[in-house]
Design a protein around this ligand. Sequence first.
Ligand code: ASP
Length: 590
Amino acid sequence: MSREETARARGLRTDYCGELRSKDVGRTVSVCGWVARRREHGEHLAFVDLRDHTGIVQCVVDGGHDLRAEHVVRVTGELRLRPEGTVNDAIPTGEVEVGASEVEILSVAEPPPFSVDGRVEAEEPVRLRYRYVDLRSERMQHNLRVRAEVNAAIRRSMDRQGFVEVETPLLWTPTPEGAREFAIPSRLQPGSFYVLPQSPQIAKQLLMVSGFDRYYQIARCMRDEDLRADRQFEFTQLDLEASFVSQEDVWEMVSDSVLEVARAVTGEEPPPVVTMTWNEALDRFGTDKPDLRFGMELVALEEAVAGTEFKAFQAEAVRAICLEGGAELGRGRLDALTDRARKLGAAGLVWLRVVGGEGQLDLESPVAKFLSTKEKAAVIEATGAGAGDLVLVVAGERAPTCRVLGQLRLDLGQPPVSERPYRFCWVTEFPLFEGVDEEGNPVAAHHPFTMPHPEDLGRLEADPLSVRSQSYDLVLNGWELGSGSIRIHRADIQRRIFALLGISEEEAESRFGFLLGAFRYGAPPHGGFAYGVDRLAAIMAGEESIREVIAFPKTQSGADLMAGSPRSLPASQLQELGLRLAPPKEAKGA
Ligand code: ASP
């Protein structure tokens, strides 16, 4: 069947509610859906708004039918123009109505817990408890359809690039992302457990050893982490891996997929994906998640104030941002900004109002007197500030200084995350390690299979914290969508990394033995990436929370209010699994 023919196979109906127009007038139509609203019309007639996933159409029915909100009905009748003066411009079907000759109630509904039209926003717990009703709303229908478009665009791009979709096990074994894992008891081997995968990381690397060349999967990942912020225990990633590739190849492959997504959802050509190193992102935006939709970039003032008498500016880094028109901020706002900078870890915040006219700009501030005329001119020149602007300066160590200003930049200028244009950005050359743990071992910034930068390999043991990795993040409008790396495929380098991380040979063997073992049978150089489909879909749907693009999400406390999970199990089931429950924690010692 062709796509058009499939679309015409409409079962009980001839048309969808939201698609009827004046060109259809005169036809006898059958529409099916839910009663959105009923209004009496004289003594014998009623107006019924019928809703399906395409929209609403007005039906004029015999007042004798007991049609209540959310009843499911099929209405048949002639489509006609609405009488003069009753056209409703607010809906696409507003010119027409179905003059019902036949009404069939397909199922009756109890009064809904909240109205589906969204005119009154229901509380989230109620929406989640009755998610099947909530999902009928225009908003949720739209969101989940956007998500489906995202998936379809990803698959198109992957397919076009020769990627093979392979499913990997959900009942799996620990993977190296480092989050807490969900464990599943084995019935056939009591006392043994499966682990739900935090990602298909090891499986996809094995597929490279198996010669699949390019793998992808729209994969479920499970991490038993506290649901801070906008997280879910289970989330969806586009997961991919490719052999004989450089970092640049991986960036191109992934970029193709996200640009295809943006194109599919917006119908517009998105701006190309930008690439910058982690160092550059820190210097220019004060973060490894730069939002490129607006300026206010950080400016280095070390040269402008070199040799200054002003104590506060005698620091490794003196950085600034310039807020256009900010000179008008009153003392209250400026004090609040200073407080904010301190809370973010700065020693203080220097604010400088730019005053004066063209060619004779000056800086006004309680500390301006500590700066020489030359220094003030150099600051104005470096920041490119004009009259009426506000320059905010933080001084101290480079990284924390940049981060404070990066956050102030967001506080003062960031549009809502989902606001277009969509500016994708690669952040590259991350440090291989992020600090050291309590035992003094460096901590892997990505995961332990990440290949160090070839130029830095020699310094691995001598100066590990200065080593860059071949790992990279993809950022969209200030949001980290995902990360990936070129992997270590050589046993000698892997051994050095494990040694640095304090992972003993036995531990490595017991945790990742089968991967290391596979590498002994011919491992191609390979690398890959994974990005969060929930977040991408949320941004594309214009939603703040990923729960709005997940059909059946859990609450912040990890509960499914509809299905009632997690829940206790009958004793017989526990016994079969060889499990006995410890007394609840509060009861201990009571
Ligand atoms: N497995 C990694 C993650 O889930 C991504 C990757 O390195 O491909 O974050």
